[in-house]
Design a protein. Structure first.
Length: 582
């Protein structure tokens, strides 16, 4: 496997083995000489060369890695890109969207852009991607993005090749086709500065290409780019008059008449940024630097295993508790006239709380799935995905809690009112906190340090401890009290109270020292009051503690986050790989 200049040189003699675009689709594996080659291997090969060169220049391992990706890429392609970087030996990368990187570069080079302003980044390379951005207090937000692979330099090369070879024998496959393609591409670049150029064709007499031929070949692609600009502005629900500017970048940004055609469509003359093919990379290098009034945001991808644990632990705890409620409830039937049921309302409440926490932990996953199937542009931004995911998780969690109430009431033949009261009212504060986070995410006011997936994951240690404690309490309340088992049953209930108290403290505070200080009195009190009457109080107390935990995270990570220095932020980002792959 050869990369870079060595690959270009080898392609002259072995054109069938050359892959010009190794950053392919996730499932688009290649076949080279009837040999299948994994797409991930192809993407990792040039990154491995880059890693080696970077280490040579830096004199040691490079810990802070930024990779530029299209704004339209979803979570699957982004995860695939991180896997390619990992296979290439790079540290866990931070993925920077190309238009955001361009906007960061424009700010760094002196562009005066107030908070709330809108700009369009028109990235014309092999294809075209047009994005509308809004500058917020914490950075740039992608409002809409549209792409067309047939509206860039590749389409112009094909059109110019067809014009130059019209009436001649086709170059065919192999070396002849490759040589012709390279000649036409070089001619296109030269015509940007000269009126005419001689183009050698493989096995044929050379021809002369002029700027008029280039304009004719480029005009369809340029018109399509202008259409994309107009469609993207409309998708963001803006008009050209709302924009602070249109900026063209990419290797094909210098195509003739691109600025004139876009200006004709929008009424705004776009600016072609100097050295447009390098702007995104330079902007990504500075992305996250502290600007005036902006917060430093470090995205630390949550590994799939950790995310799965954050969803599975409260989910299984919820199912285990509701199962125990149904299994151990005591039904009373007085003379077949008065029927009643006694159950552990605290355990029932905790089952509803854990169901909601499991759904919230899956919030970012739900948001990505909804955005992938939604035609609304606002749901395709990172903030939009998180916001709609949180709201969907809240709705799903509340629905599951209500389902617990309905099913349990029908199972025992009792009115549904008390069951709904114990299932829904205790989770209301948690729902309020989650909705507040959804509003913050939708407005892109500030992203939490570590990313939204880490923020939405409830403390699994507290969940496991509290669930086990409540399970032991219910066992002590429902077990048959044979004389030889009284001591064991009573001890089980007290131990369950201790564990529930410890779990409650783990939800209230995070520092280990504070947990040790508070655990002793809270655990002793909860163990001392264990009874059928107090079980409901303990369950509601745990729901309140979880709501306070959410409120603390909303305050300390979003509303008033701790100031993080750039050096500390880079170290935190560099520590990402120790947690597993993304």
């Amino acid at each position: 496997m050869r990369t870079g200049q060595r690959a270009w040189q080898a392609a002259v003699d072995q054109p069938s083995r050359f892959i010009p675009s190794p950053r392919r689709a996730v499932d688009d594996d290649a076949t080279v000489n009837e040999t299948p080659v994994e797409a991930l291997v192809l993407a990792a090969a040039p990154l491995r060369t880059v890693a080696a060169e970077a280490e040579r220049v830096a004199g040691g391992p490079v810990r802070d890695v930024r990779l530029v990706v299209p704004a339209g890429w979803g979570p699957r392609r982004r995860t695939w890109m991180r896997q390619a970087a990992h296979r290439a030996g790079l540290a866990q990368p931070r993925l920077v969207e190309a238009p955001v990187a361009v906007a960061e570069y424009l700010l760094a080079t002196g562009l005066q852009l107030p908070v709330g302003a809108f700009i369009v980044v028109c990235d014309v390379g092999a294809g075209a991607e047009v994005t509308v951005l809004r500058r917020g207090p914490a950075g740039f937000e992608v409002l809409s993005t549209l792409a067309d692979p047939a509206a860039g330099g590749t389409a112009v090369d094909l059109a110019l090749t067809a014009a130059l070879t019209a009436g001649r024998d086709a170059p065919g496959d192999g070396m002849g086709a490759w040589a012709t393609t390279q000649s036409v591409r070089a001619a296109k670049e030269t015509l940007g500065a000269h009126p005419a150029v001689t183009v050698p064709l493989a096995g044929q007499a050379p021809v002369v290409a002029n700027s008029t031929m280039l304009v004719a070949a480029a005009l369809p692609a340029i018109r399509r780019v202008a259409e994309l600009v107009g469609e993207t502005i409309a998708a963001a629900e803006l008009s050209p008059g709302d924009l602070a500017g249109i900026y063209c970048v990419g290797g094909s940004a210098h195509l003739p008449h691109l600025d004139a055609v876009v200006a004709e469509r929008t009424g705004i003359t776009p600016t072609v940024v100097p050295e447009p093919q390098l702007v995104a990379a330079r902007g990504a290098a500075d992305a996250g630097a502290a600007h005036a009034g902006a917060a430093v945001v470090v995205e630390v991808p949550v590994p799939p295993v950790r995310r799965a644990v954050a969803i599975a632990v409260p989910g299984f705890a919820s199912l285990a508790l509701i199962w125990q409620v149904l299994l151990t409830a005591e039904q009373h039937n007085l003379l077949n006239v008065y029927r009643s049921v006694s159950l552990n309302w605290g355990e029932f409440t905790m089952a509803a709380v854990f169901a909601l926490l499991a759904c919230l932990a899956a919030g970012t996953v739900l948001g990505s799935l909804i955005a992938a199937r939604s035609p609304t542009p606002s749901t395709r931004t990172e903030g939009g995905k998180v916001s709609i995911g949180i709201l969907a998780a809240v709705s799903l969690g509340a629905a599951i809690a209500g389902l617990y109430a309905v099913v349990t009431s029908q199972y025992f033949g009792e009115p549904v009112g008390p069951f709904l009261k114990w299932a829904l009212w205790p989770i209301v504060p948690i729902v309020v906190m989650a909705v507040a986070m959804a509003v913050v995410a939708a407005r892109q006011w500030r992203a939490p340090h570590g990313g939204w997936s880490a923020l939405l994951a409830a403390p699994t240690g507290s969940i496991v401890t509290a669930a086990l404690g409540m399970g032991l309490i219910q066992y002590s309340l429902a077990a048959d009290r044979w004389p030889d088992r009284l001591l064991f049953i009573d001890i089980s209930g007290r131990v369950g109270g201790l564990l529930l108290g410890v779990g409650l403290v783990m939800a209230l505070v995070t520092p280990l020292m504070f947990r040790l200080i508070l655990s002793a009195p809270v655990a002793v009190i909860s163990a001392a009051i264990v009874s059928r009457q107090a079980a409901g109080i303990l369950g509601v107390s745990y729901a309140v503690a979880v709501a306070m935990w959410w409120a603390a995270r909303l305050w300390t990570r979003i509303i008033r986050p701790a100031t993080t220095s750039p050096v500390a932020a880079q170290r935190s980002a560099g520590a990402g790989p120790s947690g597993g792959g993304a």
